[in-house]
Design a protein around this ligand. Sequence first.
Ligand code: URA
Length: 201
Amino acid sequence: MSADDDLEHMEGLEVSGCSRCPDLVESRRRIVNGTGPEDPDVLFVGEAPGEQEDEEGTPFVGRSGDVLDDVLGEYGLPRSDVRITNCVRCRPPENRDPTDEELANCRPHLEHEIDLVDPEVIVTLGKVPSQHLLGRDVAVTKEAGTVETVEIAGERHDVLVCVHPAATLYDRSQRETFEKTIEKAATIAGAEGGQSTFGDF
Ligand code: URA
């Protein structure tokens, strides 16, 4: 497949009419593209849309999205200032993890989005996007808050590892880790109005 074939379903930042992953074509209601400004300082990358995201066509609008919105607001980085996307743009059946093949099929779309928006920092929400973009095993809870520079589509990008917001729903101790990481993203973005409670992290 040539690079052009890779992006045949993509116009600007939007993918439409893609049918590369047969299971996902079956399970999705719609393709969920990234949302937010086209020149953000911060790009959040999740795993794949869940049920509510699939229904509304917007990433992170379910319970995880509520946590994300809450904490973004606390640190002066409202959703309207950041871009939010996923490694895979179609909801996997029964919310299973995307397969390696599905991640690979959708990778050109993600790389093109990263290339076009060229953020100051990419924040990976959870294990799947962290491993996908860093290209190695990641112990997310241990590595949350760390920044690693990696080459994506020929350019170097800073990737800030973060726990998935859903992890804070099942394990309250993850909330602080999540908040510290968002605070760091806000600092990198130079956001104003956030409350610093953690100091250095
Ligand atoms: N979890 C994700 O990883 N992505 C979403 O869009 C929603 C929940």
